[in-house]
Design a protein around this ligand. Structure first.
Ligand SMILES: Nc1ncnc2c1ncn2[C@@H]1O[C@H](COP(=O)(O)OP(=O)(O)O)[C@@H](O)[C@H]1O
Ligand SMILES: [Mg+2]
Length: 373
């Protein structure tokens, strides 16, 4: 139930039909995990899959080089790829490029090299999907250095996508590609990617995940728990991402002894104790991804505003109305407050319930109150 079967089937169906996809979701929801499983599913059906994690990359050349390496590393793709790229390089450089096409990269425009790579993949009798993990960080890094090169790359990607239909794309991002694209005038480049938001687990999936035998092997103490106790914990946690579920479960010391051979049972108090442990100063870094998310996803002035709003909102579980928030700021601007709140809701940090904005996760709220405010 927690293996993202439905999501994987949907992604496969869309990609098979020729739809390219961007899959945004905050960190630690399971994008990389899901994309990896999808890759296995597709390989079983004779697709070629090239997975590239681009977080931390800073240049188009590095992108093209790593992609080439990944392609070259797959026996299914290697021979045709090398033959194709060699011919293309002969045409471009008059044959004087040495023996390893990847080395020739330094002699040509990396954007052009990229096109050659994809053209080679497109020639195969089977479809290929290129999975680019954390693309928005890469686009952001390019744009921060040089907007022209971010523009060149993004629109080349669009051109490649339209021209070589036998190569499909799945992009993931912990920060919104939309937000980055809007900030740097690149929106037109990503219009052909259909958005598929990977949601946190439902309660049913979260239960299935936590009580799964293989997952339980990872915990300090194996445990069982009633549906009621788990649901209460899920309500408090609010944000059912596998990462946080694991973090909590790892701290559980079940207090009800089980007389059979099965694992001991955890109570509501055991979960509360686990929450308290996670909020110790030594565990701060487990939550720092949220601060990073706010900082990277928003411009400087918006992220300053977001911080002010979050400081106010972490004070109580029930959150605040926009009117109260406006009244609490020294220079209130309704439009920018609304936009910023909307981004935080989209990203999952906040929820909006009958006109009130509140932290979605009780655990993250308590962290914020303790260490950020
Ligand atoms: N459906 C799942 N079943 C089991 N483990 C999962 C599942 N989804 C994610 N995980 C685990 O949760 C953690 C966070 O997932 P990850 O894919 O790295 O998140 P993201 O890429 O969105 O930041 C990883 O340790 C991953 O192995
Ligand atoms: Mg990831």
């Amino acid at each position: 139930m927690h293996n993202r079967i439905k999501e994987r089937a949907l992604l496969k169906r869309k990609l098979s039909a020729g739809v390219n996809i961007q899959m945004p979701a905050p960190r630690r929801i399971g994008k990389t995990w899901t994309a990896g499983k999808l890759a296995d599913d597709l390989r079983k059906e004779d697709w070629a899959v090239v997975e590239l994690d681009v977080e931390g990359m800073r240049t188009i050349e590095e992108f093209a080089r790593k992609l080439a390496k990944k392609i070259e590393g797959q026996s299914k793709l290697k021979d045709r790829f090398l033959a194709h790229v060699s011919t293309r390089l002969d045409n471009l450089l008059g044959g004087n490029w040495g023996t390893n096409p990847i080395d020739a990269l330094s002699n040509i425009d990396p954007v052009e090299f990229l096109e050659t790579l994809i053209e080679a993949l497109n020639d195969n009798s089977f479809p290929t999907v290129i999975i680019i993990d954390e693309i928005a960080y890469f686009i952001l890094a390019l744009a921060e250095q040089d907007q022209t090169s971010a523009h060149g790359f993004s629109y080349k990607l669009r051109g490649i996508q339209q021209q070589f239909k036998n190569v499909r794309w799945l992009l993931t991002g912990s920060i919104g590609l939309d937000t980055i694209a809007r900030r740097y005038d690149l929106e037109g480049a990503f219009v052909d990617f259909e958005k598929f938001v990977l949601e946190p687990f439902t309660k049913g999936e979260a239960r299935s995940f936590l009580l799964d035998e293989k997952i339980q092997e990872l915990f300090n103490h194996k445990f069982t728990a009633s549906e009621k106790v788990l649901d209460q914990m899920f309500d408090e946690l609010g944000w059912l991402a596998p990462y946080y579920l694991k973090l909590i479960a790892n701290e559980i010391r079940p207090s009800i002894n089980n007389s059979d051979n099965g694992p001991d049972e955890a109570t509501r108090e055991d979960f509360e104790a686990a929450f308290d442990k996670l909020l110790q100063p030594s565990r701060k870094s487990d939550f720092a991804v949220w601060r990073e998310h706010v900082r990277k996803n928003l411009t400087k002035s918006d992220s300053d505003l977001a911080m002010q709003l979050l400081h106010k909102l972490c004070e109580q579980t029930s959150g605040e109305t926009i009117e109260t928030l406006l009244a609490s700021l020294s220079k209130p601007n309704r439009r920018s407050i609304k936009d910023t709140l909307d981004i935080l809701v989209t990203d999952g940090l906040l929820v909006k319930n009958s006109g009130r904005f509140a932290f979605r996760s009780g655990l993250v709220r308590r962290y914020w109150q303790e260490y950020e405010a």
